[in-house]
Ligand binder design. Structure first.
Ligand code: CP
Length: 347
């Protein structure tokens, strides 16, 4: 794995599967009476959220704390951004305080990649514009794998506002890399101008694909990103593309219903459907903590492959972690819960 996580496209199939295997260990840690291990003691993870978030922000915070990292968080509304400070100056200011990882969400595509050029800390993209949301895709893939064993050969329908969705872009890349067959289901106005980079089928008729789906993945209608009238009305959208109770009844008995949240109940998904056992939406949230633990562990812990030499943090006198080893000597962490970095607990 490279030193940053900016896009699912940066990961090979083996790397995605390795992250999901490490997530198994993190699920085990999360299930302990005291869900905390010393794996990232002495490391500092900072959250920089320039855009609203509930799930991603809280779960990265929980993930870092369960691995005993120190955390700092940044709220734009109460920061010097409001006095005109640039992203670059903000990063350089925070870096001067000593950090090992930056978790970034920004309304503009490409900001996390830009930040990666300005800091030696590992950068994790927590959602940038319409571009990518890689940890959402990893937690979605993990959730499906935990129910079906593998994504190989599954038929996954991604339904709704694909055009404005970073989740759709990351999910399509992750699901197809793991061997699933993806159909995007949307009105033409909610599809991107070109689907050429993706190996997906396209349908404008949810009713036509419903009974062949192993996973029905609903996307949120992102009204805040729509600058023009792309659908006649929410009522009409729901009539044609919403997962109503009648449509949910036509899904295969073992089909999963997924949504990244936040949901518009009664628009893309009926409130009653979101509460059915087949809807694994809160499971996705729970798995999000474990997946983000795995990501932070792989980037900062003993399993990191290509972080810059620890000299930088040694100079700051803050690194009390394991000594750096040459990349060829690094062991890849396994799902084995006896991995030394994951053993023991910290109160
Ligand atoms: N799914 C997701 O990214 O949710 P938040 O915007 O609440 O983080």
């Amino acid at each position: 794995m490279s030193r940053n996580l900016l896009s699912i496209a940066d990961l090979t199939r083996d790397e995605i599967e390795e992250l999901l295997d490490v997530t198994d260990s993190m699920v085990e840690v999360s299930g302990r009476n005291i869900p905390k291990v010393p794996a990232l003691r002495g490391r500092t993870v900072v959250s920089l959220f320039y855009e609203d978030s509930t799930r991603t922000r809280l779960s990265f915070d929980a993930a870092a704390k369960r691995l005993s990292a120190d955390t700092m968080s940044f709220a734009v509304s109460s920061s010097s951004v409001n006095k005109g400070e640039s992203v670059r100056d903000t990063i350089e200011t925070i870096e001067a305080m000593g950090i090992d990882a930056v978790v970034v969400r920004h309304r503009s595509s490409g900001v996390p990649a830009q930040i990666a050029g300005w800091t030696d800390a590992a950068v994790v993209n927590a959602g940038d514009g319409w571009h990518q949301h890689p940890t959402q895709a990893l937690l979605d893939a993990y959730t499906i794998r935990s129910h079906r064993g593998s994504l190989e050969g599954l038929h996954i329908g991604i339904v709704g506002d694909v055009r404005h969705s970073r989740v759709a872009r990351s999910d399509i890349e992750a699901f197809t890399t793991l061997g699933a067959h993806v159909t995007v289901v949307a009105p033409p106005t909610l599809l991107p101008p070109s689907l050429a980079p993706w190996q997906v089928d396209v349908s404008h008729d949810l009713d036509a694909v419903l009974d062949s789906l192993d996973v029905c993945y609903l996307l949120r209608i992102q009204q805040e990103r729509m600058t023009e009238a792309l659908i006649p009305s929410l009522r009409e959208y729901t009539a044609r593309y919403g997962l109503t109770s009648e449509r949910a009844d036509r899904l295969a008995p073992d089909a999963l219903i997924m949504h990244p949240g936040p949901m518009n109940r009664g628009v893309e998904i009926a409130g009653e459907v979101a509460d059915r056992p087949a809807a694994v939406i809160t499971e996705q949230v729970a798995n999000g903590v474990a997946v983000r633990m795995a990501v932070l562990f792989m980037l900062l812990g003993p399993g990191r492959h290509a972080l810059p030499p620890l000299a930088a943090s040694d100079e700051r006198g803050r690194d009390d972690g394991p000594p750096e080893r040459a990349p060829q000597d690094l062991d890849v962490p396994t799902a084995d819960p006896v991995d030394p970095a994951l053993s023991g607990t910290e109160a």
